[in-house]
Ligand binder design. Sequence first.
Ligand code: HEC
Length: 152
Amino acid sequence: MCKLCWGLLLVLLLFVAAGAYKFIVQGSVTPSSDERTAILLSDGERNLVLTEMRDFLLSVQQITRAAVKDDMQAVAQAAHRVGRAAQGEVPLTLVAKLPMGFKKLGFETHGKFDQLALDAEQLGDRDHILEQMAALMDNCVGCHAGFKLVTE
Ligand code: HEC
């Protein structure tokens, strides 16, 4: 291949790498006045994320209530609602705007709800469920301390 072709190929690869970095790692972010990273979303995208958040809170409440009654079937159901399967509804255009740290924590949180559902069904041990809830909620607290959502 000619030198120019190699040069062009290199430039192209750099563009692809920069694009991948932007979409996969960095996301659409901006600094904010309260030290959290602000994620820039459209109004509809912000509503979608916040709806998912209220679902998280609802499940936390339902799990706590079911655990008080020692109803492990209801614990499993409430946890499963917000497991990994619930993530399928997030469009790729929105995923591309989320920074890596946010995606990682979000993905992990859905996974922890799935694990909790499985353990509630298979072990049926309330103390274990409460321990899992406490650990899972570290994710809620951690992410809220680091990120906020603002509209474009
Ligand atoms: C991956 C990051 C992340 C995780 C994990 C996370 N949240 Fe959030 N949550 C956010 C962000 C960002 C906001 C918007 C905060 C802002 O803009 O000030 C939010 C907002 C909320 C809101 C407000 C919803 C509204 O309508 O305004 C609730 C309730 C909430 N989260 C509950 C939870 C609960 C419960 C958990 C854990 C089970 C959780 N979140 C886990 C990032 C996260």
